[in-house]
Design a protein. Structure first.
Length: 489
């Protein structure tokens, strides 16, 4: 699998720095160790803990994921990485019988119509019989095949537009407000009026450009599909495509660390500046001793604002567009209850909340129903998401206020008696890059700038996907470019 053959290995003295010990930086360091086992690779992490936003805590028999709880297998990079670090056999699928979600309408939970995934009504009948949509909303959806397609661009490609504009134009305002907006908010914590179709869901732009309609594309696919795939009972997300390590994301981070034997890991070492010295080496300065070190190549695997801070003196033209990528903050409040505290048994994997419901939570995920081993027998673990781009003011609240807010919302929607047995609050400030309309042009410009930086690479969840698989891919690709560059400077 090596992109370099033995003769191409650079000299042992060559040094590479990876800055940032989140999953992107860990994937980069791991790939460097695979490709350049004789080079000196050093991973710098500002905090005392590897994993970045990936953080698992075990409390009183509950396994609490403080951010990501699983990853999609539509892209192969995360599964492949897990296998290479020995976690492959421990990957769990979601529980098959419960792969559905609910949505709030007028203060009550209603099932997301069977087969409706993000923006795709894979089956029409469940949409037409759904309690989520009014008769007018259903009629408007049925008119979708007759909605004129948007003119395509000069180069024959679909023109970017916001998710809100696209979904409202094609599926109608009601399907957008009641289904698309809340389902997307649960993934991107984004403002759909700004979120770019081209950067997040190009397949639907493509369907419109090719077939002129999302429904017609679906019908075409169903004609060619097997009976099995036509009968999907999933709704909300493609839950059948998600996997999680049995021991949580923390166990994945531990497994990666064990595989990084040839990499020096320096925790609590925040890189404070980055400069190219006259010899062509990259000089890093730190908040700890030794205060300066030089490297032949550097991979920045940092959130946009942190990368911008390091780059603004060295390369303002690169720092500026990275700094312009907006970020949203959110909070995950995890609460563990006894199963008998719920008035009714929980159904599905959780629920999403449309903005028009004017509630104070984005979504809730029933972690213990999705994967085994998340709560002790007889208990339930619910993860509730607050804030995001549409309600940034809520993230600023105190921990106690956030807990009270979440308990009020959960009690009113799920009917819970009494206090939770376990509570955890994880605040993620500016952790979610927002892919606004025009995102791909901005990233194209950034990548052209990076190409001019000999030995400097940037891997990020802010460029081509926020999910764990895309982070792994971004880190590994950066490592491969560095390895190639060191062999052919
Ligand atoms: C609440 C939440 C839920 C999510 N859920 C999912 C999910 O279910 N599935 C999924 O696939 N994805 C999910 N994601 C997205 C995914 O988890 C992230 O995109 C990914 O983990 C980001 O990894 P990263 O390494 O790029 O960045 P980070 O995890 O932010 O890591 C960056 C690291 O760099 C370090 N650092 C910063 N500055 C410096 C410096 N100057 N010097 C040295 N080190 C520095 C930081 O301390 C940090 O450890 C979720 C994200 C959030 C926030």
């Amino acid at each position: 699998m090596s992109v370099l053959d033995r003769k191409q290995q650079p000299s042992a003295a060559q040094r590479v720095a990876v800055v940032g010990g989140g999953i992107t930086g860990l994937a980069a360091a791991h790939r460097l160790a695979e490709l350049l086992p004789h080079a000196q690779t050093v991973l710098f992490e500002a905090t005392g803990r590897l994993g970045g936003v990936l953080d698992t805590v075990n409390t009183d028999g509950f396994l609490i994921e403080r951010s990501a709880d699983s990853f999609i297998t539509k892209f192969p990079w995360a599964v492949d990485f897990c296998r290479r670090v020995g976690v492959g056999p421990q990957l769990l699928p979601t529980r098959e019988a419960r792969r559905r979600a609910a949505v709030v309408r007028n203060g009550k939970l209603h099932p997301v119509p069977k087969g409706f995934v993000i923006m795709e009504p894979q089956q029409l009948w469940p949409m037409l019989t759904s309690s989520v949509l009014s008769p007018w909303g259903k009629l408007r959806l049925l008119a979708e095949p007759w909605v004129a397609r948007k003119p395509i661009g000069k180069d024959n490609t679909a023109v970017d537009e916001s998710v809100a504009s696209f979904a409202t134009r094609r599926l109608g305002r009601e399907v957008f407000e009641r289904l698309v907006q809340p389902l997307l908010a649960g993934i991107y914590t984004a403002d759909p009026q700004k979120l770019s179709m081209a950067a997040t869901m190009p397949q639907f732009l493509e369907s419109e450009a090719q077939a002129g309609s999302l429904l017609r594309t679906q019908w075409g696919r169903r004609r060619n599909a097997t009976e099995d795939s036509q009968g999907t009972t999933e709704s909300g997300a493609r839950y059948g495509m998600f996997l999680a390590p049995e021991g949580g994301m923390g166990s994945l981070v531990e497994a990666i660390e064990k595989k990084l034997k040839v990499v020096t890991i320096r925790r609590e070492a925040a890189v404070e500046s980055l400069q190219r010295d006259p010899s062509g080496q990259w000089r890093l300065t730190f908040n700890v001793q030794p205060a300066t070190e030089s490297f032949d190549a550097v991979i920045l695997a940092l959130p946009g604002p942190a990368a911008t801070r390091l780059l603004h003196k060295t390369n303002p033209d690169l720092a500026r567009p990275i700094g312009e990528i907006p970020y949203a903050s959110s909070v995950v409040v995890s609460t563990g209850f006894r199963r008998d505290q719920f008035r009714q048994p929980l159904d599905g994997f959780g629920f999403v909340v449309p903005k028009i419901e004017t509630r104070r939570i984005i979504a809730a995920s029933y972690a213990s129903e999705k994967f085994p081993g998340r709560a002790p027998h007889g208990y339930v673990l619910v993860r509730t998401f607050v804030g995001g781009a549409l309600q940034p003011e809520l993230v600023m609240q105190s921990e106690q206020d956030l807990i009270e807010l979440v308990l009020q919302e959960l009690s009113s929607l799920l009917g819970i008696n009494g206090d939770p047995q376990v509570v955890d609050v994880a605040r993620w400030d500016a952790a979610m890059p927002q892919y606004h309309v025009g995102h791909l042009d901005r990233i194209n410009g950034i990548e052209q700038q990076i190409e001019n930086q000999s030995g400097l690479e940037i891997a990020s969840n802010a460029f081509h996907g926020i999910g764990i698989p895309q982070c792994v891919y971004s880190g590994e690709q950066a490592a491969e470019r560095v390895a190639t560059w060191l062999c052919h400077p």
